[in-house]
Design a binder for this molecule. Sequence first.
Ligand SMILES: Cc1cc2nc3c(=O)[nH]c(=O)nc-3n(C[C@H](O)[C@H](O)[C@H](O)COP(=O)(O)O)c2cc1C
Length: 229
Amino acid sequence: MPEIGLFDAMYSARALRRLKPDPVPQEIITRILDAAVRAPSAGNAQNWVFVVVRDAEQRRRLGVIYRKASDIASEVYKARGCPPHMSDEQYRRFLTSGAYLWDHMGDAPILLVPCLRDRPPPPRETLPPSVQAIYAGELAYEQRIRGASIYPAVQNIILACRAFGLGTVITTNHIRCEDEVKDLLHLPSDVSTYALMPIGYPQGKFGPLARRPVAEVAYADRWGAAWPT
Ligand SMILES: Cc1cc2nc3c(=O)[nH]c(=O)nc-3n(C[C@H](O)[C@H](O)[C@H](O)COP(=O)(O)O)c2cc1C
């Protein structure tokens, strides 16, 4: 078992997009998935599925879809511009790193696709009148929290990869072309993908991670009241 402190892992697991083609042992992937499924999910439903894509042709095709979806994403990024907390140089490096993956997603030895099976709420008529009256709100609530049943597992994957010296990054661009991904992976209609994660031994180094400071993003008791740091 690799030895790395939890905080060291959290502070250094940066987005690593340049990966070596060297194979990753299957046992390590299994350990990473075993860490993923320790995550919480709404109602403890554990309605997740993780498709591990190793086949070279499947990876190539996923890479092509990712490229197509990223062309849309790049137009959106251009229109949005540099976020205020980033310097022009930081933003340029972010765009360069992201653009590298557009053409290299399929080169990673593993492409991991975390998915969720739909978990529709009980039919309206099975609920008491008090809940039937607010059924639309309940449906909206279910939609709002959907991703919260898979993204904690994704973060466990990121940290477990870090512990094994593997690079990865959560990506979601492919969701813009999700029907093509579902066709390629033969996913049932009630299963959706939530991320596409290249995994491999990194060409670059881990962390440290630059982030906006706590003093800028935390409030005490109510919006606008500074959190003392
Ligand atoms: C919801 C979400 C979606 C993301 N989608 C993409 C993506 O499609 N492509 C990509 O290259 N990175 C993607 N990222 C990675 C972010 O760009 C990255 O986490 C962020 O720039 C911080 O990078 P750092 O940890 O190296 O500082 C995504 C991250 C999140 C949380």
